[in-house]
Design a binder for this molecule. Structure first.
Ligand code: 4AD
Ligand code: MG
Length: 434
């Protein structure tokens, strides 16, 4: 015997559904009863609908059982689609049958609870309409990235997460015991993507990166999703053009496909559609001039922190490329600028409205002696990077790449105060459960 088939809640709102019989199943947002009529609001993956049931039609036993279903209890319903001007979307389902699948225990989440409590209850809190909207936008964003990269003939790769190297230097890597030897969680897939570039020329990975930074800021997670791309035969201008095209394409795709969710989350989709290339580009040296005029004195060689990045973009609605950072501020593998030995061919893309860095990008150093020198300067051993140095010994070519923090992009797109809202189970220095 085949299982009975069910309709999606969205079916109730189809043009031809009035008067039709539907069978629904899902979770209860709320119930109430008065004068022998039960009102039950039901949710499934496609939407929310009001169900009404009369005691005389359902029978005492079923009516009482349905009345006592808790918030987030599960039920199935059979009934007729009817017009009802008082119902939220103008239609309701008049139930002829209700079956309780799980009556549920009292749901622990309600309005007015603290952020900490909600994080402890994250496994249940993720069912809220707001969270569902955020995760839909996130899924759409990932789809848009993959579609764009596919169109650009960039091949998806699956670099490892476990490694015997701390890719960018040891301080911020999570270390663990790998059968008696040190193992590390990936901080970046970049070095592996550089190796994978040689057979494929244009590659990307969409993998978690881990940072053991005790930064308790609204933009740091200890685990985040890193979209990393590596392109052969690419210089800084080519890299910037690529990032710009990608950002415009994905922002527009998400705005077109998820307008309802974006609006509900506080970002009118028109604002994303208004973002167009080219984005403004400033050199680091020019950025620090701007900053001193804004009351943030920065010496050449000092990093741009949260406050400085915020000041640079607070008034703008479009992202900003900052290029040519001093090389001491940046990773060992970045290419020294041909016209200025103090700087590297690198750029950070800063999100608008003060949100700060969302992409870190650079051309990669091809000179093996300079690479060795920089590895020494960061206090690492060249032996540990021998396999990486081999890439400069066999068909060494100019190449460039970048990493984009998926949750950083979402934080800006969705105007979230804290980055943790953009991921189902956020990991921060103070939390790795649930
Ligand atoms: O700038 P980052 O550290 O660059 C790299 O790891 C390069 N190896 C990437 C590459 O070229 N393949 O990290 C890349 C991006 C940042 O621009 C930021 O958006 C995000 O990752 N990111 C974080 N997001 C959330 N929490 C953190 N702690 C993050 N650290 C970096
Ligand atoms: Mg960076």
């Amino acid at each position: 015997m085949s299982a009975p088939s069910f309709d999606a809640v969205a079916r109730v709102f189809a043009p031809d559904a009035l008067g039709a019989t539907v069978r629904l199943r899902g979770w209860v947002l709320r119930t109430r009863s008065s004068g022998g009529i039960l009102f039950l609001v039901l949710r499934d993956r496609t939407g929310v609908v009001q169900v009404t049931g009369r005691r005389d039609a359902l029978g005492d036993e079923v009516f009482t059982a349905a009345e006592h279903v808790q918030i987030e209890g599960a039920v199935s319903v059979e009934g007729t689609v009817a017009e009802d001007r008082r119902a939220p979307d103008g239609r309701e389902v008049r139930a002829s049958r209700i079956a309780v699948i799980d009556s549920g225990e009292p749901f622990p989440i309600f309005s007015g609870q603290t952020e900490e409590f909600l994080l402890d209850q994250r496994h249940l809190a993720i069912r809220s309409q707001e969270n569902v909207a955020i995760f839909r936008v996130k899924a759409e964003l990932l789809r848009a990235f993959r579609e764009f990269l596919d169109r650009e003939d960039v091949l998806e790769m699956t670099p490892p997460i476990l490694s015997g190297n701390a890719a960018e230097g040891g301080a911020e890597a999570f270390q663990f015991d790998y059968f008696g030897r040190p193992g590390y969680l990936s901080q970046t897939a970049q070095l592996y993507l550089e190796a994978l570039l040689f057979p494929s020329e244009r590659v990307y990975g969409l993998t978690p990166s881990f940072r053991a930074e005790k930064s308790r800021t609204p933009r740091h997670l200890t685990e985040f999703l890193n979209l990393e791309i590596e392109l052969a035969w690419c210089d800084l201008d080519g890299l910037i053009d690529f990032i710009e095209r990608m950002m415009v394409a994905v922002l527009h795709a998400v705005a077109e496909r998820r307008p309802k969710e974006l609006k509900a989350l506080g970002r009118p989709p028109e604002e994303l559609l208004a973002i167009r290339a080219p984005f403004e580009r400033v050199r680091y040296s020019e950025a620090i001039d701007r900053l001193s005029k804004l009351g943030f004195p920065v010496q050449f060689g000092s990093d741009l922190g949260t406050a400085e990045e915020r000041a640079l973009t607070l008034e703008s609605t479009s992202p900003l490329f900052v290029t040519h950072y001093p090389r001491e501020l940046k990773a060992f593998y970045m290419l020294r600028s041909p016209d200025d030995p103090r700087t590297v061919e690198a750029t950070d893309l800063l999100g608008p409205e003060g949100y700060g860095e969302i992409v870190g990008a650079s051309c990669r150093e091809t000179d093996i002696d300079r690479l060795k020198e920089r590895i020494g300067q960061i206090g690492a051993k060249t032996e540990e990077y021998e396999w990486y140095l081999d890439l400069r010994r066999h068909g060494n070519i100019p190449h460039a790449g970048f990493g984009l923090g998926v949750e950083r992009v979402l934080r800006w797109m969705l105007r979230r105060e804290h980055i943790r809202d953009t991921t189902p189970f956020p990991r921060t220095p103070s939390r790795h459960t649930p």
